[in-house]
Design a protein around this ligand. Structure first.
Ligand code: UDP
Ligand code: MN
Length: 265
């Protein structure tokens, strides 16, 4: 299950680009947490947060409230899926590689998978659970196996409780999630360096290296001006492909009809 967090203020600048690309290959299994309806998405694939989460802001409580809605969707679909993944709207997901990778793991075991946000553990000194732990950045994508979503239920089923938890600990949503998973459940992060956010300075800097490895990567972050693969061949006009995502999508999925046309133009 793919859950994408977005906001109406990003529909044009971001969401349109991911709907056109990776989501078009995974739409049946993709759900949205957002504040306004989306014309191309059916109501049962979307959860609205506007009244409950308050003003749309990049604030700790707003984003924790949105993350709590991820879990509402996860719980609703607990019997339908083995894996539950969160993505931001400024990410491209190579769903084929993701599914390939997840299929190598035992989905009957609790798994917390993603890219560690910090180079070191967070060294927590206070009660409860005064231990060091790793947490994954939600901005690179995070996947949880069904048993883990199930084990997390007591801590995630109530939106207000989740938001209060973030505020009380003074943790952003991704840190709070890592804290719940390690503190309460003693499950540690399975790091995967093929997940990427737009916070990685070097990822798009080395063109040669990028071209060698991009096909194997699972997620990509994008942000203008420096965090997108602008050196890829431009298969679309730059105005309709500002992040060069459509071109990347075609290079990763050359079998798509539209891409075949573009590449042989
Ligand atoms: N976001 C949101 N409401 C807001 C601001 C951000 O839902 O008011 C979402 C946004 O769509 C994205 C995620 O939160 O999926 C992270 O936001 P952003 O990428 O702008 O921040 P950064 O990556 O710089 O922390
Ligand atoms: Mn971002």
């Amino acid at each position: 299950m793919y859950v994408v967090r977005t906001s109406s203020k990003f529909y044009r600048s971001r969401l349109q680009h991911v709907l056109q690309t990776w989501i078009s290959l995974a739409s049946q299994h993709t759900y949205f947490v957002t504040d306004k309806l989306l014309p191309s998405v059916s109501h049962d694939h979307l959860i609205l947060t506007d009244k409950i989460c308050g003003q749309e802001r990049h604030a700790m409580n707003t984003l924790c409230c949105k993350t709590a809605h991820d879990f509402k969707l996860f719980h609703r679909h607990l019997t339908n899926y083995d894996w539950f993944c969160h993505f931001d709207d400024d990410q491209y997901v190579n769903s084929r590689r993701l599914e390939e990778y997840l299929s190598t793991l035992d989905s009957n075991r609790p798994y917390y998978i993603g890219r560690n946000s910090w180079a070191k553990t967070l060294d927590r000194r206070k009660q409860p659970f005064p231990y060091s732990f790793w947490f994954a950045t939600l901005g690179a994508g995070v996947c949880l196996s069904k048993p883990l979503v199930h084990l997390l239920q007591p801590y995630t089923q109530n939106i207000a409780q989740f938001v209060d938890g973030c505020l009380k600990e003074n943790y952003h949503d991704d840190i709070y999630l890592g804290f719940l998973i390690f503190g309460y459940l003693n499950i540690t992060l399975t790091k995967n360096y093929r997940f990427h956010s737009h916070l990685e300075k070097d990822f798009y800097n080395d063109k040669q290296k990028f071209l060698e490895i991009f096909n194997e990567q699972i997620t990509f972050g994008f942000r203008l001006p420096n965090y997108c693969p602008v050196f890829l061949p431009n298969l679309y006009d730059s105005r309709s492909d500002r992040y060069r995502l459509r071109s990347m999508h075609c290079l990763l999925n050359p079998h798509i009809d539209e891409c075949q046309m573009r590449m042989h133009k």
